[in-house]
Ligand binder design. Structure first.
Ligand SMILES: [Zn+2]
Length: 78
């Protein structure tokens, strides 16, 4: 998974970091909680520069994660 380092950075409470596709620093992320008792949900990490994105279908949404935000249109999932 090419976005693994970005996911690790988020898990450690930081910003997503550089885009693994273009090296740009305009990355963003958003998560949604589906099962509140277990904080289980899904999320997306994307790059505003090249529009590449990664969907995480199952993840524990930690308290510091950014939620309630919709990814922009036209992302390319890889
Ligand atoms: Zn990029």
């Amino acid at each position: 998974m090419i976005w693994l380092k970005n996911l690790e950075a988020i898990t450690h409470g930081g910003p997503p970091g550089k885009c693994p596709h273009c090296g740009g620093s305009h990355t963003d992320c958003s998560f949604s909680v589906v099962v509140p008792e277990k904080r289980l949900g899904y999320g997306d990490i994307w790059c505003e520069d090249c529009k590449h994105a990664c969907h995480i279908s199952r993840i524990e949404v930690l308290p510091g994660f950014r939620t309630g935000h919709t990814p922009p249109e036209g992302l390319v999932y890889s």
